[in-house]
Design a protein around this ligand. Structure first.
Ligand code: BCO
Ligand code: ATP
Ligand code: AKG
Ligand code: FE2
Ligand code: MG
Length: 333
């Protein structure tokens, strides 16, 4: 056991013992309890065991097996199919095609969809974001007031031979003009078995303790999907973990955790559904002059086209428009 882990164990033991005393103290004195610095990434709820808290503190992610039911996933899948067949129209939804097939005339429309983005106006898919079994975990990272900020259903296509089905290693915080980072979390649920063959998530444990790094389009010969920026420099020697998951398994991860996904070498489309949550009292930041300026400009360009306006819509606006309250009270986001 590392010294850091040892230290966390000691702090957690202490917290357990002081829980009851603290509860009566804080309610009578009307002051809030400050967590020791050792536990900066998780909050004190009854959901995570001490071991699970330590794991997230150290690794920046936690995998919960069998969290979402087969029935729910089958319903999300059916709704995805209805969208692909254009049986339903959802305001604000982006249907994205892989760059390698977007430019090909020979792929049937519904087969080419690689991702749905922004499904917050689809009541059936948005049920995912409000599932109590998911929110119970989300609350451990965000606290009780929870905004669903970003929704995706990823349908990683069989690679067309150009390796464009890969998702470069990145930190999700690159896309977010809100803070603090520690009160943001992603939930990502496998909609079927995911493994190295079909391009499971790959994570670099512990990288959530670092800072936001510079992101750019990777120099890939076969092309890169729109907005798939990658971390410019990360340590190629850093241990990587392939998250092989079964249908319904869900990983919760920190927005600074470096992650990506490999090529889909199978003939099937690898499906996952995901939501980024943030505490409703996170606040927007100005990204001018920071490493996020490049993504901010791209997002504003796309938003201007999507909403048919000029550059009056800011990067922050695009998030405020998409964010939806899923628990508690909407505060500053
Ligand atoms: C925490 C993670 C957070 C994130 O992941 S944030 C990522 C945000 N991503 C998004 O918002 C989705 C981005 N994608 C989009 O907005 C659209 O799919 C995109 C790329 C604008 C295409 O829109 P469509 O409505 O399909 O437009 P279109 O068919 O007329 O194509 C317009 C031009 O775009 C090209 N295109 C389509 N899909 C692409 C792709 N996957 N990668 C790169 N380029 C792509 C397409 O070939 C066309 O180019 P051209 O004008 O013919 O040269
Ligand atoms: N040349 C590269 N530059 C940047 N990122 C890359 C590069 N090659 C792969 N990656 C990223 O590293 C992660 C893993 O990619 P890779 O395709 O090697 O899959 P893998 O899961 O390691 O598969 P395998 O089991 O075949 O090694 C993905 O996020 C991928 O996008
Ligand atoms: O599902 C994947 O391949 C990863 C998606 C991802 O990390 C993202 O869109 O931010
Ligand atoms: Fe990501
Ligand atoms: Mg590899």
């Amino acid at each position: 056991m590392s010294r850091a882990t040892e230290r966390l164990k000691i702090v957690l033991n202490h917290l357990d013992r002081s829980n009851a005393a603290r509860a009566s103290f804080t309610s009578s004195q009307n002051v809030s309890y400050h967590h020791p610095q050792a536990l900066r990434y998780t909050l004190d709820t009854d959901t995570l065991s001490p071991e699970q808290r330590i794991a997230y503190e150290e690794d920046g992610f936690i995998l919960i097996r069998n969290l979402v039911s087969e029935e729910d996933i089958d319903r999300f899948r059916a709704e995805f199919e209805r969208i692909c067949k254009r049986e339903v129209q959802i305001p604000g939804l982006i249907v994205m095609r892989d760059v390698a097939i977007a430019k090909s005339e020979f792929v049937a429309e519904e087969k080419a969809v690689s991702k749905l983005q922004d499904f917050q106006e689809d009541p059936e898919l948005f049920r995912y974001c409000a599932l109590p079994e998911i929110l119970k975990y989300v609350e451990c990272f965000t606290g009780p007031n929870i905004m669903a900020m970003h929704t995706m259903l990823i349908n990683k296509p069989p690679d067309a031979g150009k390796k464009t089905s890969r998702h470069p290693m990145h930190q999700d915080l690159h896309y977010f003009p809100f803070r603090p980072a520690d009160r943001i979390v992603c939930s990502w649920t496998a909609m079927e078995k995911v493994n190295r063959q079909n391009g499971c998530l790959v994570v670099l444990p512990g990288t959530h303790k670092g800072t936001l790094l510079e992101h750019n389009y990777p120099e890939w010969e076969g092309g890169v999907n729109k907005m798939y920026h990658g971390v410019r420099n990360y340590d190629p020697q850093h241990p990587r973990v392939h998250l092989e998951m079964e249908k319904g398994d869900t990983v919760f991860f920190h927005p600074l955790l470096i992650h990506g996904s490999g090529m889909n070498q199978t003939k099937g489309f690898r499906k996952a559904i995901s939501c980024h949550y943030a505490s409703a009292d996170c606040y927007y930041i100005d990204v001018k002059g920071t490493t996020q300026e490049n993504i901010s400009n791209e997002v504003k360009e796309i938003a201007a086209r999507k909403y048919g306006v000029d550059d009056t819509i800011t990067f922050q606006d695009t998030w405020a428009l998409r964010g939806r309250l899923v628990q508690g009270e909407r505060i500053s986001l």
